[in-house]
Structure formats: structure tokens, C-alpha cells
Design a protein around this ligand. Structure first.
Ligand code: G3P
Ligand code: MG
Length: 258
């Protein structure tokens, strides 16, 4: 496997992933949230991927439209053109009216080789299509993650070089770690409340990176940093960065984006 591009190289540096973009300040999973995340000093942006009816990868968290758009029904039941007409910003604030659901290709174009992207694949259908698209963007810094270890294994076979992350929200983290290792994952992404000293130690001993989600509280972030995590997912990269830096706990790891 190619050396991971997100790995921690210095003890005092961590990697800040903006969860669904800077989603505390802008509508999640929109280009507005991604641009803001970059402006706030995030090292990378996490986003969620679903396919439209015509198998185009789009960036949205839920498999239905109601919560974050003015549409109704399942994402997978609608064509790309219809989905693109929806408003994915107004639910958050009128200031973001007409913000569309991004196409994954738009986000890859935007991020280029500047901002790392963590593409979280929300179902198996997405795997093959996303891999095909990534072939056209070899300069992008992409980590693909999923809660589905079988999907990760399939991706690993098809793309031996692609950095993969296994998401874990079970307290049976030893099993999750075994699955992450079996899938050739670069990293384990546990829900933040599951993280303990023994978990961090085991992940690091296995040679994987560890990025817990989602951490907005400075105190909790500080505790996780002391345990030795490699990075964090946060909804507010700007606030967290500032608070941790002023507490002398964080040096943003921009240089890790080699
Ligand atoms: O990738 C970390 C996190 O996004 C996983 O959960 O539900 O926010 O996609 P969710
Ligand atoms: Mg996600």
C-alpha cells in the first residue's frame, strides 16, 4: 500500500476533519459548508455519498430528502436533474437559500489537491461508481470510509492503493479493529464516546490511524488528544482549532498533506 497521506508525523499535531463541512455554521454537506471549513482552517472535509436513481454520486447524509432539503422521498428514487433543483440550504438559514445538493464531482473539482476529502459511502451501490470517478481525480487527497467492512474489502481488492477508513459505533471495538485490519484500512473512525486509552493503544499498535467523531467540545477534544488520537471530526473546525491552539494543544497539520 502507498504510504498514507493523512498519517501523523509529530506527536503534537493532529488532523482536523470538518464533519459534513463546517456544519455548525453552514448547511451540512454543501459547498458553502466545505468552503467555510477550508476558511476556518480544517485540514480535510468529511462528506456523505449517496447515488441518485441514475447512479450519479451526490453529497447528502440521509437516504431521504426531508431533513436537509425541500424535497420528499428517497434520494435513490430521484434523477440527478430533479435532485439538483432542490434547495439544500434554506432549512439551515434563509441566508443559504438555493444552495444545491453537491455532485461529488463538483466537490472533487473544488478540493483539487488543496483540501483532503473523507468520502463516507452510505451504501454498497456507491462503491464501484465512486472508484470509477476517483480514477479521473488522481491528484485529489481522498480517504474513503464506511460502516460496512464488506464494502471496504471490496474497495481494497479493486483499489489496493486507496486509503480506507472503517467507521465504528459499537462498543465491541476489538472486532471492529480486526475488521479494519482485514480490510487493509488506513484508519479506524470510532464514535468519540467509545474511545478509551486501551482502544487508542490497540489501534496504534496495529499501525492504524485513529480519528474519532464527532467532537465539538474543547475539553473532550483535549482529552482525546492526550490519549493520542491522530485527528478528530468536528462540526466547528474554526472554534476548535482556535481554542485548542490557545490552550497549546494543537498545531494544525497542513504540512501532512503531502
Ligand atoms: O464519518 C464520521 C461520521 O460522519 C459518521 O456518522 O452519521 O455523521 O455520517 P454520520
Ligand atoms: Mg458521515
Amino acid at each position: 500500500m502507498k504510504p498514507p497521506i493523512f498519517s501523523k508525523q509529530h506527536e503534537d499535531r493532529i488532523f482536523l476533519w470538518a464533519h459534513r463541512g463546517a456544519s455548525a455554521c453552514a448547511p451540512e454537506n454543501t459547498l458553502a459548508a466545505f468552503r467555510l471549513a477550508e476558511a476556518q482552517g480544517a485540514d480535510g472535509v468529511e462528506l456523505d455519498v449517496h447515488l441518485s436513481r441514475d447512479a450519479t454520486p451526490l453529497v447528502i447524509h440521509d437516504d431521504t430528502l426531508e431533513r436537509t432539503t425541500n424535497g420528499r422521498g428517497a434520494v435513490a428514487d430521484m434523477g440527478t436533474r430533479e435532485l439538483r433543483r432542490l434547495d439544500a440550504g434554506r432549512w439551515f438559514s434563509p441566508a443559504f437559500s438555493r444552495e444545491p445538493i453537491p455532485l461529488l464531482v463538483e466537490v472533487l473539482e473544488w478540493a483539487a489537491d488543496r483540501v483532503a476529502l473523507n468520502l463516507e459511502l452510505k451504501n454498497r451501490r456507491t462503491g464501484e461508481v465512486v472508484l470509477r470517478l476517483l480514477n479521473d481525480y488522481p491528484h485529489c487527497k481522498v480517504l474513503v470510509s464506511s460502516f460496512d467492512h464488506r464494502l471496504l474489502k471490496t474497495l481494497r481488492s479493486a483499489a489496493p492503493q486507496l486509503p480506507l477508513g472503517f467507521l465504528c459505533e459499537s462498543r465491541f471495538w476489538r472486532l471492529a479493529l480486526r475488521r479494519a485490519i482485514a480490510a487493509g484500512a488506513h484508519s479506524l473512525h470510532p464514535r468519540q464516546d467509545l474511545v478509551s486509552a486501551s482502544l487508542v493503544r490497540a489501534v496504534r499498535d496495529a499501525g492504524l490511524a485513529i480519528y474519532p467523531w464527532t467532537v465539538d467540545e474543547t475539553k473532550r477534544a483535549g482529552k482525546l488528544l492526550r490519549l493520542g488520537v491522530d485527528g478528530l471530526f468536528t462540526n466547528q473546525p474554526g472554534v476548535l482549532r482556535e481554542k485548542l491552539e490557545s490552550a497549546g494543544r494543537l498545531t494544525i497539520a497542513r504540512h501532512l498533506l503531502t
